[in-house]
Design a protein around this ligand. Structure first.
Ligand code: GDG
Length: 482
């Protein structure tokens, strides 16, 4: 009986260690949700890092972690602090992340990090090869594991390997600057199916494969190493029902109120007719946070009648805070918020409510359901699930999504108001349009987007990827039997 192996940098578990005791809970992220049914049903195994460095564990705690992981149908790839430093913070987040998001000025090319990236990908391969058998279906996720498909295919050619990239694949002109470009392409081409969020990323990949490796391509297929590899786009969805139902329940239940909800309640029950504009992102330079704040400042200056009538509620979730660019961004964001609040605030009104923390799911729903407009302005973003989640929670079909055309999500959400994140004039006019949009128009736009989100949910995304991967298996079998 063949089985399914899912591999991502992190396991779909949150593992906390306190006083030699470990606490394990399931992750709530999009990937974990999407793969849940695949992982729970049938014979399946999820391989990844636990989030704890080897140095944090002793024999006793390692055994406990191991047991919990096995109980959850997972297997662990052990990583040392040094590996986390060079593979994760180093190569993944100082080289691949900025380069693939077109931040070339932030990209470092350190040979030591590259060597460690290769070693860790091999470590992942070793764990996969301990478990994989001919006929198994293997799904590898994201930019931390670009070399892994190649390492697996070399040793286990009779497995079906799918790879999905959650971030953009950059254009050839950017990718060609990368010193290890051929090795990385060859690593990805160990797969039988390579998936991206959008057709543009797929096109960029095909172009790099053609121009750098001189490979033959036929539409979306590449001939490589006596194999045909299929390249396709699979825009990732969300667990629509989870968000929609949470928003419905939220209206009925008396939940324990967070400081944010108390503040939102005060606002909603106050007599002023101030509207709320929401933004939620990890504090990451790709998300266009400084641009958004500056565009909001421009809006308040250009349309002074909106001063005291609108407020930006901004949740920035701490992320990768030991990478210097993220520390600089934090400082810049703090300063910009301070400057704008200092410039415009009155005794009764502060233009920006800024929260730098991560919130429990229920509070995320508080934010989504309380805000009139969501303003999502990444300068580059593979997909952007926050845009989709905001729309899914609008159970009265009101609200307006202002979305950057640089987010993969913009390709599917035509009814959003699309903006260029660098055009402050355009953003200001679009914000005004959003704040003044008639209810009927809001309803038309939101319902159309909701229908699409419900139909193309994250489960559907996973199902379609697996169907495409299995069809590559059938094509291979036919070729072999000929
Ligand atoms: C990468 C790509 C692509 C956020 N704050 C809190 C919280 N969240 C949840 C949101 C959403 C997720 O985190 C963020 O997803 P995004 O898609 O917006 O962004 P990335 O983290 O950059 O994800 C991206 C994605 O992979 C999937 O392929 O879309 O382009 O960069 O689900 O709800 N959740 C909770 N508290 C928070 O404070 N509970």
């Amino acid at each position: 009986m063949s089985k399914t192996i899912i591999i991502s940098n992190r396991l779909p578990l949150q593992i906390k260690l306190e006083d030699n005791e470990i606490n394990v809970s399931p992750s709530v992220g999009g990937l974990a949700t999407g793969m849940k049914s695949v992982h729970e049903e049938g014979d399946s195994l999820w391989i990844g890092w636990s989030g704890l460095a080897e140095e944090d564990l002793n024999d006793e705690t390692r055994e406990k972690v191991q047991k919990e992981i096995e109980k959850n149908k997972c297997a662990m790839v052990p990583l040392t602090e040094n590996e986390v430093d060079h593979f994760y913070y180093g190569f993944s987040n100082k080289t691949l992340w900025p380069l693939f998001h077109y931040f070339m000025e932030y990209t470092t090319f350190e040979n030591e990090n590259w060597e460690c990236y290769k070693e860790v990908n091999k470590k992942f391969a070793d764990v996969v090869l301990e478990h994989a058998e001919d006929g198994d279906t293997i799904w590898v996720h994201d930019y931390q594991l670009l070399l892994l498909p190649g390492y697996i295919k070399e040793k286990k050619p009779d497995t079906s390997i799918g790879f999905f990239l959650h971030i953009p694949f950059p254009s050839f002109e950017v990718f060609r600057t990368f010193p290890w470009r051929e090795e990385v392409l060859r690593g990805m081409l160990g797969s039988d199916l390579i998936g991206f969020h959008t057709y543009d990323y797929e096109r960029h990949f095909l172009s790099s494969a053609r121009r750098l490796l001189h490979l033959d391509t036929n539409f979306n297929e590449i001939s490589y190493d006596d194999r045909i590899i299929k390249i396709d786009s699979f825009p990732m969805g969300i667990d629509f029902k989870k968000f929609y139902n949470a928003a419905l329940n939220h209206e009925n239940e008396e939940l324990e109120k967070s400081d944010i909800q108390k503040r939102l309640d005060e606002h909603l029950h106050s007599s002023d007719d101030c509207k709320l504009i929401l933004s939620i992102d990890r504090l990451d330079y790709t998300k266009g946070i400084p641009n958004r704040i500056k565009a909001f400042e421009y809006f308040l200056e250009k349309y002074p009648e909106y001063q005291q009538k609108v407020r930006l509620v901004m949740l920035a979730v701490p992320s990768r805070s030991n990478v210097p660019q993220y520390q600089l961004l934090k400082r810049e964001t703090d300063e910009l918020v301070g400057r704008i609040n200092g410039k415009f605030s009155t005794v009764s009104w502060t233009p920006i409510w800024y929260f730098y923390r991560s919130l429990p799911f229920e509070n995320l729903i508080d934010l989504y359901t309380s805000c009139d407009v969501a303003m999502i302005t990444p300068v580059r973003d593979g997909m952007n699930l926050v845009a989709k989640e905001y729309v899914a929670t609008r159970v009265h079909q009101d609200g307006v999504l202002v979305l950057s055309e640089m987010a993969g999500a913009a390709k599917e959400m035509n009814e959003a108001l699309l903006i260029n994140p660098n055009n402050f004039e355009g953003i200001a006019q679009t914000l005004k349009q959003a704040l003044e949009m008639p209810k009927e128009e809001q309803k038309t736009r939101i319902s159309l987007m909701q229908e699409r989100l419900e139909r193309y949910s994250v489960e559907k995304w996973a199902e379609e990827f697996f169907t495409a991967l299995n069809s590559t298996k059938q094509v291979r079998n036919t070729l072999v039997s000929k």
